[in-house]
Design a protein around this ligand. Structure first.
Ligand code: RTP
Ligand code: MG
Length: 147
């Protein structure tokens, strides 16, 4: 089983899309391990998006991501990272395939609704930035045998 870090960004929260987005991962068959509704500090935003430091959109990205509450989550499943990236769609909504979250609901790269880890290393790093180990819940997920 692979774990990934997903986060509904401030635009997704403000637009009332938490339920819609969470529902897509539930229906896919992934297992929710942890969730937290919170406002990200500047320091946490810098750590989370450290790989983009120095890029022209970095400051805009930091102020956006810490501008209001986000819904941070850990999901688990076979190939969870690639599967959730596929459901989320390409960074720019213009390039996102129809049926993906960003294609269905987003218009602009700056407001693309949700973050998803892009590698096992980043998933591990991001999960540990947002959650303490004891906040990940172990439980039997009865649908696993069907997917
Ligand atoms: P995320 O990390 O948020 O899941 O998005 P991503 O992997 O699809 O895209 P990434 O390259 O990691 O970029 C992080 C976020 O920065 C904003 N961005 N703006 N050229 C631009 O103006 C630009 N490029 C990226 C996006 O909001 C993107 O989600
Ligand atoms: Mg990224």
């Amino acid at each position: 089983m692979e774990q990934t870090f997903l986060m509904i960004k401030p635009d997704g929260v403000q637009r009332g899309l938490i339920g819609e987005i969470v529902s897509r991962f539930e229906r896919k068959g992934l297992q929710l391990k942890a969730a937290k509704f919170m406002v990200i500090s500047r320091e946490l935003a810098e750590n989370h998006y450290a790989e983009h430091k120095g890029k022209d959109f970095y400051e805009r990205l930091l102020s956006f991501i810490s501008s209001g509450p986000v819904f941070a989550m850990v999901w688990s499943g076979d190939n969870a990272i690639a599967l959730t990236r596929a459901l989320i769609g390409k960074t720019n909504a213009v390039d996102a395939a129809p049926g993906t979250i960003r294609s269905d609901f987003a218009v602009h790269t700056n407001f693309n609704l949700i973050h998803g880890s892009d590698s096992p290393e980043n998933a591990k790093r991001e999960i540990s930035l947002f959650f303490a180990p004891h906040e990940l819940v172990e439980y039997e997920h009865s649908i696993q045998r069907w997917i």
